[in-house]
Ligand binder design. Sequence first.
Ligand SMILES: *Cc1c(COP(=O)(O)O)cnc(C)c1O
Length: 225
Amino acid sequence: METTDIARRLHDVKDGLPQGVQLVAVSKFHPADYIMAAYNAGQHIFGESREQELAKKVEALPKDIEWHFIGHLQTNKVKYIAPYISMIDAVDSMKLLREINKQAANHNRTIKVLLELHIAEEETKYGLSLDACRQLLEEGEWRNLTNVKICGLMMMASHIDDEQLIRSEFELAANFFDEVKARYFANDPSFCERSWGMSHDYKIAVQCQSTMVRVGTYIFGERVY
Ligand SMILES: *Cc1c(COP(=O)(O)O)cnc(C)c1O
């Protein structure tokens, strides 16, 4: 991928987003100069999914980048990213939430998080079922965690080429957001994010109330693992 292509594709995505929808440019597995190409084209929010790769990039890249941790995060890795991470997008257990709170407190920070829902048809051990999410919120321990801020929900739709199914999953997530917002966060304006939509489905996601799309491949090309 040429860096001029990155700038062009970035603007292609950004220009198509409704007002108020944020773009997380997913730069995992891509080199720092790709990130700089997007940065110089005006993008300041990037998503990474591996702690060590992220640490190197944080060191090498401009300090005003907002980094999102978008993948599965092991509890024992939280301490490494706690000093600088802006948002942890995929929290799916009380144990992880507690650890984020503890490490954030160690650094005198508040870390923003999203709760990850598992709605897609694929089998995965990650993400909360709707019932598990309701239960976590009902139990209420999260209210005592003063160094984490739950800012909304995140999910991935099924990874198949079926627009109707994808749309129905986003709509389910949007309805669930409204339920949870009304029941637990009615007086909390910072609970406002609905993070859904990736390269292949972000256009559907923004029709289903997404406020935060996470787009990698479309901007940076295929990842080389
Ligand atoms: C990798 C990843 C993305 C980006 O996926 P693309 O298909 O490359 O746009 C978005 N969200 C999460 C959670 C990811 O792990």
